[in-house]
Each structure stands twice: as structure tokens, then as C-alpha cells.
Ligand binder design. Sequence first.
Ligand code: FAD
Ligand code: NAD
Length: 327
Amino acid sequence: SKAPIAIIGTGIAGLSAAQALHTAGQAVQLFDKSRRCGGRTASKQIESGSFDLGAQYFTARDRRFREALQHWQEEGWAAPWSPNLYLSRAGQLEPSTDEQARWVGTPQMASIARALLGDLPVTFSCRITEAFRGEELWTLVDADGASHGPFSHVIVATPAPQASALLAAAPKLAAVAASVAMEPTWAVALGFATPLPTQVEGCFVQDDALDWLARERSKPGRNGHLDTWVLHATNSWSRQHLDLSKEAVSEQLLGAFAELIDCVVPAPEFTLAHRWLYARPAQPHEWGALADAGLGLYACGDWCLSGRVEGAWLSGQEAARRLLEHL
Ligand code: FAD
Ligand code: NAD
């Protein structure tokens, strides 16, 4: 029987490609270094609540993505989120309502990836370090030295800095991936025993430290007894404080939050800090996906397009389309 297609990375891009290929009747095998799928659409579940630590919500501007989203909504994997939006700048907090439709995974952001993965074959906790091609077929090597394969094609669906080494067989693709700078983001999750007496449910911040804050519990389908919030630092603050301890980051961002928000902030019951090293590409691109069709090597990810959930999904579709076109 025919060798399957390997997909490295189970974020939205890798899963989008996997779904498109599976629908077209191709066998796929996914790999992720993490213990679960979703990549930057990760959520943390604790007994008293849930937090979307990466992507907070997404917008849908492309027709194809809107169609996929409609299906996700029908299946109960995603729902609209219409928070009381605010803008904070120069120490002033003001309402900032708009007409933009925003969406979240339900009951967590990570639910979308889990649903997309479904029963597709996947190997977790497996960091791929090398992809090499024999006469015709591909072999993957992981960080423990184990090899996996053979595969007919390889799709690299990791952030650009992690993709370039995996694309070494196609030096041109590797060079494109290596040219993409990605910015870090520190995220802090907070859980308060008593709901904060504020109307704010989401806030764009134009400040030194904070970039965004969201009241997680205002999103559809969330439960748990804590009033949960997620704070994101700006890329530049995150870069400047890359090696600060999680405790110090939590303390500083909690301080910035307490200064910004229009109520007294008690000590949180729960605090968690997470550092995203490759949170977003410094600039958007218009590559769609990268391909060396002769070799059977492809790359996709948010960094090939808009640096957003929608861009990641579209890039995965594009990688699959180009692969299928060349079969
Ligand atoms: P990823 O989700 O990064 O998936 C790549 C996967 O590859 C990961 O699971 C990783 O574990 C795996 N991997 C990496 N290297 C290897 C390897 N060597 N071997 C095996 N597996 C490997 N987007 C929005 O639209 N709206 C938002 O509000 C928003 N906010 C964001 C906030 C933060 C803090 C962050 C970090 C991102 C945010 N984004 C947002 C961006 C959005 O999350 C990403 O654009 C999208 O999820 C990227 O998907 P991806 O599949 O391209 O990559
Ligand atoms: P969007 O249309 O809601 O927002 C785009 C940008 O427009 C916002 O970042 C904000 O600066 C501005 N904006 C939008 N509505 C506003 C309002 N009512 N008041 C004030 N400013 C407003 O969403 P999108 O285009 O899908 O972008 C996704 C979001 O994800 C953005 O907020 C982006 O910053 C964020 N993101 C963050 C990271 C990260 O690493 N932290 C990575 C990718 C995306």
C-alpha cells in the first residue's frame, strides 16, 4: 500500500492540511512535540475555570474560512464572542464597541483543534529534528534518535524558526523560513475568587507592558467558579523581559492590570504565566504555503500569511491543494 503523508505540527495549519488531504482520500500521519494538539490555540483547564493562553479569538474574512467556520459552529466547536470591548491608552479606559464579528472555540479555544484532529493518526511528545529523502520516500528522525516512515511527502507545519531545519532538503524553502522573524508574547492567566466589579470583558491596550486583556469567563461555554482573566504583554515588553522569571512577569503584569482597570484588584486565587517564544511573525506574508513539488516537501503556517488563526488555516489548505495538484 501507498506510504502516508507526514505532517509535522498539529496547530491549526497542520490540522487544516491534514483534513483537506484526508477528505481527498490520502492517508496522513501527524507528529507534535507537545502532549496535545492545537499549538498556539492552547487552553489550560483547571478545576475552577479555563484559560485560552494563546489565540484569544479570531476573525473570519476569507470566504473559504467563513464556510469552514460555519461548519465548526454547526458542530458546536466554535461560537461568536461579543465582549464589552474597551480601549486603554494614556491611562484612560474607554468603551470601544465595534461591529467586528469575533469567534472563539467552545468550550475552549483548543476545542477546535481537538475536533479537527478527530481520529487521525498522531504521535505526540515527538519532536522531529530531521526529514530526509531516500530514492523516493521520506524518513523523519526525532529528538530521541528514532526514525519514522517511510512517507510519500512531508508537510512542515511548525513556526518558521522551527521549520527551517526541517526544510534542509530544500535549501530555498529553508532560507525563506529562516528569513521570518517571530515575536514573543508573555501571557498571564489570573483567577479571582470574587468577580471583579467592572464591565470590561476585553480590552485593547496601548501601553508599554500590556497589549490585551480578556475576561475569559465572558466567552461562550466557559464555566468554573473563578472570575478568570488573561493578560498579554506587548511583543516589545516580552522581548525585553524574555528571561524574567514567571513569578516576576506575573507580578509586573498584574500590577499593570491593577493600574489600568477601573476597580480594586484583590490578590488572585490562581496565577499562571506562559511564555510564547514564537507568538507571531513580525510581518505578514503572501506566500500561502511553500512547496518543492519535485521533492514532495511543503511548509505551511500562520507565518506564510497573516499571522492569525485564519491565516494558519488558509495556509494549511494551500499546502494540501498544492500537494494534491502534483499527485
Ligand atoms: P502553531 O499553532 O504554532 O502549531 C505548530 C505546532 O508544531 C505546535 O503544536 C508545535 O508543538 C509543533 N512543533 C513545532 N516544532 C516541532 C517539531 N520539531 N516537531 C514536532 N512538532 C513541532 N490569532 C488570532 O487569529 N487571534 C488572536 O487573538 C491571536 N492571539 C494570539 C495570542 C498569542 C499569545 C499567540 C501566541 C498567538 C495568537 N494568535 C492569534 C495567533 C494564532 O494563535 C496563530 O496564528 C495560529 O494558531 C498558528 O497556527 P500554526 O498551525 O501556524 O502554528
Ligand atoms: P481584530 O480585527 O479584532 O483586531 C485587529 C487590531 O485592530 C487589534 O489588535 C487592535 O489593535 C485593533 N482593534 C480592533 N478592534 C478594536 C476596537 N474595538 N478598539 C480598539 N482597537 C481595535 O482581530 P484580527 O485582525 O483577527 O487580529 C487578531 C488579534 O490577535 C489582534 O488583536 C492581534 O493583535 C492578536 N494577535 C496577537 C498575537 C500575539 O502574539 N500576541 C499573535 C497574533 C494575533
